[in-house]
Design a protein around this ligand. Structure first.
Ligand code: TXA
Ligand code: MG
Length: 348
């Protein structure tokens, strides 16, 4: 398939991209799929009312059919077509965090076909803040079902070039914008439970959410490799974000990590080894390939860089990656969750 590339990097303004926007909404309203930037990661969108179009997303990604998609909206009019009711706590979360990187799971209406939600009677809804994403949804005039725009299993795309690598030739259109500012996918919270539960951590932390709605739970599968047959977030049971190289997480004090990594490098002389480190610890290690996530103390940097670093290791054809363990708290939970999944929960 010939993919149309829409370059919005010169100007993100609607006026400058009028011709492209008309063509993009034509594609979306005639059952085609289009990749687009958001503030979290790039998404791969289809008209959420069109089951045939949504099927094309699963085919293009190679995504298992039992992993539901998030529906993206531009305004509250769209919200009312997508969900049956908006619980009080959901409303409070929307007021606090929308538009932005929070997906809220609520009861779906009949308007949303089962293929979008993988047969569930609930739907995850998000109102993105990225200007291009909002223009696209508004001009299409329909809610947009969209997972991350990577091939299933690969790290999520945070740059236009990542999307081109994975989706060129597989989709009708790709919008190229700036790099995703946040860099990890949205926080997912299910408010259909008595006590709302966070199913996926993101830039909006459990503490941020507690401040607004009080008691919440955090799914135990976020930091543990629990396989649950009927997982609350079905996506959690799949291999995720994996770079081509095997990734191991290395814990301990600075000295312990230094020693562990030196030993591994010695034992794998014939392998190409890469280290995933932080600005503060970079100089502790001797290795040819060292990529820094940024400063340990700036979680926005860690979030922003994690997926780009994982993809960079692929480009550098690294066989084994040793990733420095990060200190866990509510704000580092998102990047640690992505790192654990990328490593298949292998620790040294
Ligand atoms: O930031 C994001 O959320 C990005 C951008 C494109 O908006 N999208 C994204 O979609 O990360 P995806 O498909 O890669 O991840 C969606 C996650 C999956 O883990 C899925 O299982 C969960 O949300 N999810 C979606 N609908 C759900 C539902 N009804 N119940 C439980 N989990 C749901
Ligand atoms: Mg994804």
């Amino acid at each position: 398939m010939k993919t149309q590339i829409f370059d919005f990097t010169k100007s993100p303004s609607p006026l400058a991209n009028l011709g492209s926007l008309v063509e993009i909404s034509r594609l979306l309203t005639t059952g085609e799929i289009v990749a687009f930037p958001t503030e979290t990661v790039y998404g791969l969108g289809a008209n959420a009312f069109d089951a045939e179009a949504v099927n094309k997303i699963f085919a293009a990604k190679g995504r298992p059919a039992d992993n539901p998609l998030i529906v993206h909206i531009a305004d509250s009019k769209m919200l009312n077509v997508v969900v049956k009711t908006v619980p009080k706590k959901a409303k409070a979360l929307m007021d606090a965090f929308w538009p932005g990187p929070l997906t809220i799971i609520m009861k779906k209406t009949e308007a949303i076909p089962m293929v979008v939600t993988a047969g569930l009677d609930t739907v995850g809804v998000r109102m993105p803040s990225n200007q291009i994403a909002r223009m696209m949804i508004e001009s299409a005039g329909v809610p947009i079902a969209a997972p991350s725009a990577n091939l299933s299993g690969k790290p999520s795309p945070t740059k236009g070039e990542h999307v081109l690598q994975d989706m060129n030739g597989r989709v009708a259109g790709i919008i190229i914008g700036d790099d995703s500012s946040v860099g990890v996918e949205s926080t997912v919270i299910d408010v259909t439970q008595e006590v709302p539960i966070i199913l996926r951590p993101g830039a909006i932390t459990s503490e941020d959410i507690r401040q607004i709605i009080g008691e919440i739970n955090v799914s135990e599968s976020i930091l543990k490799n629990v396989y649950v047959e009927h997982a609350a977030a079905p996506g959690m049971k799949y291999r995720h974000y994996a770079p081509k190289g095997e990734l191991y997480i290395v814990g301990g004090t600075d000295q312990e990590r230094q020693a562990k990594i030196a030993k591994q490098i010695k034992e794998h002389k014939n392998k190409r080894i890469g280290l995933l480190v932080t600005d503060e610890t970079r100089d502790l290690y001797q290795a040819d390939i060292k990529l820094s996530l940024g400063s340990k103390n700036k979680v926005e940097e860690l979030n922003h860089n994690i997926f780009a670093c994982l993809r960079r290791f692929d480009t550098l054809k690294v066989d084994i990656i040793y990733a420095e363990a990060l200190t866990l708290n509510s704000s580092t939970m998102a990047v640690i969750n992505r790192m654990y999944k990328a490593g298949g929960y292998r620790f040294i």
